[in-house]
Design a protein around this ligand. Structure first.
Ligand code: PAF
Length: 286
């Protein structure tokens, strides 16, 4: 496995392979790789000939009060995981080469990025859209994989690729969960032991929403209240949002259609947890 740090060297590597007709896959990450990333890397390995994992803690997607400085960076462990999973290149650019002093362009956002995480974390998605566009421009993958855990991010990337004709196939891979249902995330290491136990409640609340839909609850408020009931059992949680949305627009649904996505974001001490669940609504006999 090669470690490449310069965008020019990365682009040259890809250029050579593209000329030979090799299919390049990319898994963009911010490092601190966990089993969710491993699953993404494995899925990517099966879908391409040459696999690049980018490891870059992207400053433009962090707010001023967020955890950029303390974001975990276990680079040797990350490289080892990549090596074991048959990754061809770890692309690890520095902040200075990604955002040199003359850097000026940021991608503006489509409607899909406005609500939910877009409201809670202003500038976050603009940073994500910009860095993903840059990574696609440097690595030039034919296929890129993202985790469903960041549902709105995946929807944004799909829209970005369509709108800007980036020519990359975007694959969204199902969320990998701990045994108690907590979605894997690099930020879970921030949870205290007690909060780690509580954290699985978010997924349980999404499951309660899905269960309510299956029982026949057909309005948004009913489903949201089924989710909120579970979260409110844990006084330590502060709810940012619990939403019932159209999975393609992320707009809240008043009448539930055939497929919905339940989105949740809560705060537990200084840690913010997000999760989601796609639900297909059973057809009922009329
Ligand atoms: O999901 C992430 O880890 C990041 O948002 C991404 C896509 C690597 C962009 O920095």
């Amino acid at each position: 496995m090669r470690v490449i740090r310069s965008p020019a060297a990365m682009a040259a590597w890809s250029e050579g392979l593209i000329r030979e007709g090799v299919k390049i896959g990319l898994v963009p990450t911010m490092g601190a790789l966990h089993e969710g990333h491993r699953a993404l890397i494995r899925a990517a390995r099966l879908r391409c000939d040459a696999l690049v994992v980018s490891i870059f803690v992207n400053p433009t997607q962090f707010g001023p009060q967020e955890d950029l400085a303390k974001y975990p960076r276990p680079i040797s462990r990350d490289r080892e995981l990549c090596r074991k999973e048959g990754v061809d290149v770890c692309f690890e650019p520095t902040m200075e080469v990604m955002y040199p002093s003359r850097f000026q362009t940021m991608v503006t956002l489509p409607a899909i990025a406005r609500r939910w995480e877009g409201e809670a974390r202003p500038h976050h998605f603009s940073g994500v859209a910009t860095v993903v566009t840059k990574l696609f421009g440097i690595v030039r993958p034919q296929i890129a994989l993202f985790g469903q855990k960041d549902f709105q991010q995946s929807a944004l990337v799909r829209q970005l690729v369509r709108d800007l004709n980036l020519g990359v196939e975007v694959v969204v891979y199902p969320t990998v969960r701990e045994a108690d249902g907590l979605a894997m995330s690099s930020r879970n290491v921030y949870l205290s032991p007690d909060d780690r136990i509580r954290a699985a409640t978010l997924y349980k609340s999404l499951q309660a929403g899905a269960e309510a839909i299956r029982r026949g609850v057909a309005d948004r408020e009913g489903v949201q209240s089924a989710m909120a009931q579970i979260v409110k059992k844990e006084p330590a949680f502060i709810i940012d949002y619990l939403a019932v949305c159209d999975p393609s627009t992320l707009e809240p649904l008043s009448v539930l259609t055939s497929r919905v996505v339940l989105l949740g974001a809560v705060r537990l001490g200084s840690v913010r947890l997000i999760d989601n669940l796609l639900v297909t609504i059973p057809r009922r006999a009329t």
